[in-house]
Design a protein around this ligand. Structure first.
Ligand SMILES: *Cc1c(COP(=O)(O)O)cnc(C)c1O
Length: 315
């Protein structure tokens, strides 16, 4: 088997990210709740996409790309971080975004404006149309280009979270339950595969914040990433647990999610976001209320970022 960092990587973030205990939340829930601060990855306002981009943009560089395309909704944290990273590496980012969500110069749109990013909106929900538009623009510009899928969630991007699981092992804190948001799947697939490799005693939970068939997406991505790593593993549905925390819809705030954002802010002075991490933390709170965590057990919550989008929504 290959280690994830045997693949070409560019350095974009500051790692390892800290793990610390949430003292007040732990007291409230009667279990040990720790947080992995991937909101402090260093680039932009932090967030999980940095780990994926270290692999994806190394591949873009290797292929000689001068332009990097990616996509997402108007407030995509992934698109904003891709723009920040590609620009820093001397490639031109072009964002082909879905005309969904807040398109005014707020939140991530403001950050993209500050970076001078080329942002184009397309009025479609069909990713096939969006990737075709990338090809059209790329050919029109006549420069070598690289396309990153929505969320950076392909097998190569997922290696960033396989590596994160190894980082958690190396931080030396035994974890019983590892919880993250699942939006396009790469983070969860990487963590679930990484846990299989490096944290065999840890259960991994994906808190679904979108309505895609993650029961199929997650193991498929895990298998592809395992194949990249030449890891001889059997991936099955028992490698991870999913929980539907989407509420009224992707990027539409839920009461449970907003309450979780408020609780974390009040109790710990840490800001979650309404689209991903608030809903994911609401899932953790539900599981605690259902008595799924023992008093002596350790729950690790992945704070995957999202600060950029926080300033685009009314809460
Ligand atoms: C993209 C994102 C996620 C979800 O990660 P996926 O790999 O797309 O499932 C979680 N939190 C934040 C803040 C994100 O931007």
């Amino acid at each position: 088997m290959r280690e994830p960092d045997s693949f070409p990587k560019v350095s974009l973030g500051i790692f390892p990210t800290p793990i610390h205990r949430l003292e007040n939340i732990s007291r409230l829930l009667g279990t040990n709740v720790l947080i992995k601060r991937d909101d402090l990855t260093g680039l932009g306002l932090g967030g999980n996409k940095t780990r994926k981009l270290e692999y994806l943009l190394a591949d873009a560089k290797k292929q000689g790309a001068e332009i990097v395309f990616t996509t997402g909704g108007a407030q995509s944290n992934h698109a904003m971080l891709t723009a920040a990273a590609a620009g820093k590496l001397g490639m031109k980012p072009i964002l082909i975004l879905k005309k969904r969500g807040v398109t005014e110069r707020l939140g991530n749109q403001l950050l993209e404006h500050l970076m001078g990013t080329d942002v184009r909106f397309v009025d479609t929900d069909d990713y096939a149309d969006i990737y075709a538009e990338m090809d059209r623009v790329g050919k029109e510009l006549g420069r070598p280009y690289y396309k990153i899928p929505c969320g950076g969630s392909n097998a190569l991007g997922s290696l960033g979270y396989v590596e994160c699981a190894r980082e958690i092992r190396d931080q030396g804190i035994p974890v019983d339950h590892l919880i993250c948001a699942e939006g396009s799947g790469g983070t969860m697939a990487g963590l679930a595969l990484g846990a299989k490799l490096y944290l065999p005693d840890t259960k991994v939970y994906g808190m679904m914040v979108d309505t895609d068939p993650f029961d199929q997406i997650t193991p498929a991505l895990m298998r592809e990433a395992a194949a990249l790593l030449e890891a001889d593993l059997t991936i099955s549905a028992s490698d991870f647990t999913l929980r539907d925390m989407c509420g009224p819809g992707y990027a539409i705030a839920s009461k449970a999610g907003n309450d979780a954002v408020a609780l974390m802010a009040e109790q710990e002075g840490i800001f979650l976001d309404p689209v991903y991490t608030g809903k994911a933390f609401a899932g953790l709170l539900e599981m605690a209320a259902e008595g799924r965590f023992g008093a002596e057990e350790t729950v690790l919550f992945l704070h995957s970022g999202g600060a950029g989008g926080l300033f685009a929504v009314k809460m």
